[in-house]
Design a protein around this ligand. Structure first.
Ligand SMILES: [Zn+2]
Length: 191
């Protein structure tokens, strides 16, 4: 009797493991949104978000696509148009900052706190120097497309840029040099 049981047991265990693996892969499959198509940018965003969660020792938040980027109740939403741009990392870090601080609602004060945290998040999770991380965030906040937007819960894009820059006086020269270039439509007062 015991010998039979011992002979059956390994195959039973194997069958259970197989069933578990199938269940896990189906579960994972359900989390992949049907839209957008899994682009290089989408994969990069997911990988970077996982890395951020690892570095800050928090459970990774979910990532979904929406009409505009925002954070709510443990879920980070990004515009699909943002995912494949050169500012994706800064957008993701901004939303991740909301997640870290457990921000609720669309409040201008929260946006300032999240913007200021972006540089540190990119340094730690992406391995950028402070200057490299600053430039990605600077590019995001000064972007031509952003300046014409009045985002819900935000101050004007120029005001957000100005407040962000006050935290990084060491990059004043860089900002002044690029002042006339296309990517910087706002000239913050005092700069
Ligand atoms: Zn925000």
């Amino acid at each position: 009797m015991l010998r039979v049981a011992l002979r059956i047991l390994p195959s039973l265990v194997l069958a259970m493991i197989t069933v578990l693996l199938i269940l896990v892969s189906v579960g994972r499959g359900d989390e992949v949104p049907s839209y957008p198509a899994v682009t290089k940018g989408w994969r990069a965003a997911q990988a970077l978000l996982a890395r951020m969660a690892q570095v800050y020792e928090v459970p990774p938040p979910a990532l979904q696509i929406d009409r505009f980027g925002h954070y709510r109740d443990g879920v980070i939403y990004m515009r699909d148009a943002t995912v494949d741009t050169d500012v994706m990392e800064a957008v993701l870090a901004h939303e991740f900052a909301h997640y870290l601080f457990r921000h609720k609602g669309l409040v201008p004060g929260n946006e300032i706190v999240a913007d200021a945290k972006v540089v540190e998040i990119l340094e730690r999770s992406r391995g950028y120097s402070c200057g490299e991380a600053f430039r990605v965030q600077y590019r995001r906040l000064s972007g031509i497309n952003r300046v014409n937007l009045q985002l819900q819960g935000h101050q004007s894009p120029c005001e957000e840029l100005r407040i962000f820059l006050t935290g990084f006086p060491e990059f004043r020269d860089f900002v002044r040099v690029t002042g006339g270039e296309r990517e910087r439509p706002c000239w913050p007062a005092g700069w």
